[in-house]
Write a protein that binds this ligand. Structure first.
Ligand SMILES: NC(=O)c1ccc[n+]([C@@H]2O[C@H](COP(=O)([O-])OP(=O)(O)OC[C@H]3O[C@@H](n4cnc5c(N)ncnc54)[C@H](OP(=O)(O)O)[C@@H]3O)[C@@H](O)[C@H]2O)c1
Length: 214
């Protein structure tokens, strides 16, 4: 069966994967871009922005596996945008512009479903109110033989970990202390017993950890 994967998921030393106070101008709240400076420096990120250059070292080698063999993504509504509650308008189409970097169906979990949104480049956002199991069923159907990526944010990744639906988790520990925000690890005591774990620290100072189902 296809695998369920998380990639390039940045977490601060104190366990936060986003800051407090998300807004249109601050997708990561008070964390700003501190969780992702290492990522922005990579060649892969530059290419995602349609730019040349960027580091081609170990961070890039790890990062660039994020899209290989992926046929669908599941994300939480707060990764898609800053609106809360019933949609005030349907004009918001995500942070990524007209041609988002996913190029697959993307299932956005929300208690406020709305019509699907077809973007350029093969990305279609489907807004669904579903349990992790049901969301995964739909994403697997859309992905065919390919894998499903859980794209975040932290509360969505946590739900899928609690439900034991993740086969491969790549977390990037970033040496910053955020103090507040949304935690990844809450309620997951003993998680390490389910996975084979490897860690490697790179010259940028981040530590890549992979949790792989044996
Ligand atoms: N550190 C990283 O690498 C990384 C990666 C991706 C994203 N992020 C950041 O993480 C933040 C978002 O994370 P988050 O934890 O706040 O939120 P999230 O996981 O993106 O979304 C949570 C919201 O999704 C909806 N939802 C989740 N599960 C649902 C379900 N089973 N059924 C129906 N609706 C469901 C609910 O919204 P409603 O009730 O409002 O519909 C819920 O409040 C953003 O700042 C984003 O930029 C960080």
């Amino acid at each position: 069966m296809s695998r369920v994967r998380v990639h390039n998921f940045a977490v601060s030393l104190d366990g936060f994967a986003t800051g407090e106070g998300q807004s249109l101008d601050a997708p990561f709240g008070h964390a700003g871009d501190r969780l992702h400076q290492w990522f922005f420096a990579t060649r892969t990120f530059h290419a995602m922005q349609g730019k040349t250059g960027g580091g081609a070292g170990v961070d890039d080698a790890v990062v660039r596996t994020w899209n290989a063999g992926i046929g669908a993504e599941i994300m939480g509504r707060n990764k898609f945008g800053p609106q809360r509650g019933p949609w005030q308008n349907h004009e918001w189409t995500g942070w990524w512009g007209p041609n988002p970097p996913f190029h697959t169906p993307v299932f956005v979990l929300t208690h406020h479903p709305r019509p699907a949104l077809e973007m350029e480049g093969g990305t279609t956002f489907h807004f669904i109110d579903a349990t992790p199991e049901e969301a995964l069923r739909q994403a697997r159907e859309a992905a065919g033989d390919l894998d499903v990526r859980i794209g975040g944010g932290p509360s969505t990744v946590r739900q899928f970990l609690v439900a034991d639906l993740i086969d491969h988790l790549h977390v990037v520990i970033v040496p910053i202390v955020l103090g507040r925000g949304e935690r990844l690890w809450d309620g997951l005591e003993g998680l390490e017993e389910r996975f084979q774990i490897e860690s490697v620290t790179t010259p940028s100072g981040v530590t890549h950890m992979t949790f792989t189902r044996p």
